[in-house]
Every structure is written in structure tokens, then in C-alpha cells.
Design a protein around this ligand. Structure first.
Ligand code: ZN
Length: 154
């Protein structure tokens, strides 16, 4: 048991990665043009209001915020990346929902454990392993890694 735990920790040790652009990952800078996003109601880009967004209008890129805050959920996403993120969530969310159902875990534990697993699968440091921070290629890697867990209507 102890040995298994140690192996798990070793596997989760972050690999070296190039210096991440934290301002891009945190939604403070548009990844497409380098501009500064503006904080607007989502009805400026959707037909109705779903809450607030950080938007770069010239790039038609945006990101939502954590409920009740102005804190971006991740990097700004253009249309292609928004679609890729939806695909990634479709498969990844099955993984932690299944853990909630079969292991009786709370949502937070199931999601955190699933993200630990995902970080290991795609070789990124855990702190940068959030679908909201991923680019399109990384979203497709999520789909590939999680495909076997997919269940419709889970
Ligand atoms: Zn932009």
C-alpha cells in the first residue's frame, strides 16, 4: 500500500515545461492578439445573458468567470477552442461523474482526483491541468485519454 502510494506521487511529479504565460492562462491577456479583454455581460456575445465574461471583441474570444466574481475560468477561447473545450468536458466529466456514482465520492473529490489523473496522462503540471487553460491540441488529448470512460447521459 505504501509502495503504491509512493509510485503515485512520483508519477504526479510535474514535468518541466516552458514558462507558461500566466497572464494568458488566467484570462488577463488575449492569447490571439495580446490585447486586454474587457469585462462585459454575456448578452453582448450571446442572445441572452448567462452572466459576465471577459471578451476580446476583435478576436471574438471570451471566457466566463467563477460564479459571483470577476475571476476568469481560464484563458480566452475563440470559436474553435470553445467547441474543443465542450468536447473535452463531454468525455472528462464522465470520468469524475462515474467516480461519484461508483465510489460515492463528493463532486470536489471526484473532480480533483480526475484532474490528478489527467495531469499524469497528458504530462502537465497539476496546477496547469484545467480544461479552461488548455489549447485545442490539449483538449483533443483529453478526449483521447478519456474516451474509454464515455457513457451517454451520465
Ligand atoms: Zn484578441
Amino acid at each position: 500500500m505504501v509502495i503504491l502510494f509512493v509510485i503515485g506521487v512520483v508519477n504526479l511529479t510535474p514535468k518541466k515545461m516552458s514558462e507558461p504565460n500566466l497572464k494568458v492562462l488566467n484570462g488577463e491577456v488575449c492569447p490571439y492578439c495580446g490585447g486586454v479583454p474587457t469585462f462585459v455581460d454575456s448578452d453582448s456575445v450571446y442572445t441572452r445573458s448567462y452572466g459576465m465574461l471577459w471578451v476580446c471583441e476583435p478576436c471574438e474570444a471570451w471566457v466566463g468567470v467563477h460564479n459571483g466574481t470577476d475571476k476568469p475560468l481560464g484563458r480566452l477561447a475563440d470559436k474553435d477552442l470553445r467547441e474543443a473545450k465542450i468536447e473535452a468536458h463531454k468525455y472528462f466529466d464522465c470520468l469524475w461523474r462515474k467516480a461519484m456514482r461508483t465510489r460515492g465520492w463528493r463532486k470536489s473529490k471526484a473532480r480533483n482526483t480526475a484532474y490528478d489523473w489527467l495531469a499524469n496522462q497528458i504530462g502537465k503540471p497539476r496546477e496547469y491541468t484545467h480544461i479552461g487553460m488548455f489549447d485545442e491540441a490539449e483538449c483533443f488529448r483529453v478526449v483521447a485519454a478519456c474516451k474509454e470512460f464515455y457513457e451517454p447521459n451520465l
